[in-house]
Write a protein that binds this ligand. Sequence first.
Ligand SMILES: [Mg+2]
Length: 172
Amino acid sequence: MLKKFLPNEHVERILDISPEELKKKGIKGVITDLDNTLVAWDVVDATPEVIAWFQLMKEHDIKVTIISNNDKERVSIFSEPLDTPFVYAARKPLWKAFKKASSQMGLKKEEVVVVGDQILTDVLGGNMAGLRTILVVPIVHTDGKWTRINRLIERRILRFMRRKGMINWEEK
Ligand SMILES: [Mg+2]
């Protein structure tokens, strides 16, 4: 059960993920979280760095879909200028949105990686959908109330996994 909380990889920022590395692993599509993965949860629009990252992925034929538990307004205002497909009110960690996004991209599950900042939604959901997962460090550490509660649980899971030697990155 604990393994379902364990990401395949851990990187500091989504911007550190390069198309070359993804291709080496046979990845053709990315499902990314929005809040605190692409931008801080209270930032409305993509930053120039994020816009450049989406452009880079497009140039390398890596498809990107944003899936977020946030509402239609937040997710569409962010995603539409990037010209990228999105799923709002995704109810992660339920696997439905992940399956939907993968099949909309026309990819097999081995070809898709899920990127997000939360173990209890992004990593757990991606793992349950049978996809690869990459955990990133949250962009800011302030969150809404529910995320705060998730974070407390998350920190305990991480501490336990670290003690068991299941993960070896440093806490940020
Ligand atoms: Mg998030």
